[in-house]
Design a protein around this ligand. Sequence first.
Ligand code: IPM
Ligand code: MG
Length: 367
Amino acid sequence: MTKKILLIEGDGIGPEVVGQAKKIIQFFNENTDKKFETENALLGGIAYDKVGTPFPKETVELAKQSDAILLGAVGGLKWESLPYKDRPERGLLGIRKELELFANLRPAKVFSALADASTLKREVVENLDIMIVRELTGDLYFGEPRSVTTLPDGSRQGINTMTYNSKEVERIARVSFDLAKIRGKKLCSIDKANVIETTEMWREVVTEIGQKEYPDVALSHMYVDNASMQLVRNPKQFDVMLTGNMFGDILSDTASMLTGSLGMLPSASLGAKQPNGKQFALYEPIHGSAPDIAGKDIANPIATILSLAMMFRYSFGYAAEADKIEAAVEKVLEKNIRTADIAIASSTRVSCTQMGEAILEELKKSL
Ligand code: IPM
Ligand code: MG
């Protein structure tokens, strides 16, 4: 069956990196029995410029009709002084909320060819393979009330609300336990239960789900401050990490840097199963829009290409094809072909386009 992929290139380097993933899609279309239809939609700053809102209704409609979404990046200096509701990030947060993409999977995997690209010592990161599961539709990001108001004495007061209900915790806990089951059977749930009641409840719910439904997964808990320290001290102690939205935002950036470059890491944001069995899903690189290098054809497209591999695996069940894409990336890295962000002195330095082509070449050989 033909799969419908919605492409949201977005801002900055978004179009360049998605452009490389498109070549891979086209390759499968032309050379295998896996068939894809693609459509384009606007989101973020470019949507604001073209149609006056970072989150066009039309994009939501197209997203709902698609089988999966591939997103480049949103944001840029140009839009930073706009009112909150018009900023590119509202588009991204809007689509996460509208499609209820509550489960954000952020793998941090070190390719052995790149172990020296990390700022940490090789032995600390070599063979690292952790999966951060970040809740994506609750917490401080969406909690009400939220405001900044001026008080009678003229000072200003900001309010955001950290909120979770137990059902939200249960469903994200199940996603992470399910992943732990097929990986190293180890789950570490992150909270601040010594200070913040919401997260104390989080810990209780996760513990209960673990005891009742996943007795074969070793569950541990860690305070977020300790977790951030442990991630740089001894990251290999972790397998799957479960976190709320706010802590997950921070910890996943830390984890990504263990791998050497933000330009390497893919992510998946998965929704709840709909009554008709459909599950919305959005795949995107972890990195941002990098406006400083946009349009120069020097960005690293690997995170986006690996995001496509995640789409194949999680949305379409095309595990063999996903493996092939990942293996092609690994081969290229082993040949020391590198974009600027991961290059070392001896590397063959390539552009974004050339990196896409090098991966495609390896992929061709694997068929
Ligand atoms: C991320 C990003 C987003 C977030 C921004 C762009 C809204 O930092 O995906 O981690 O905070 O969730
Ligand atoms: Mg972030």
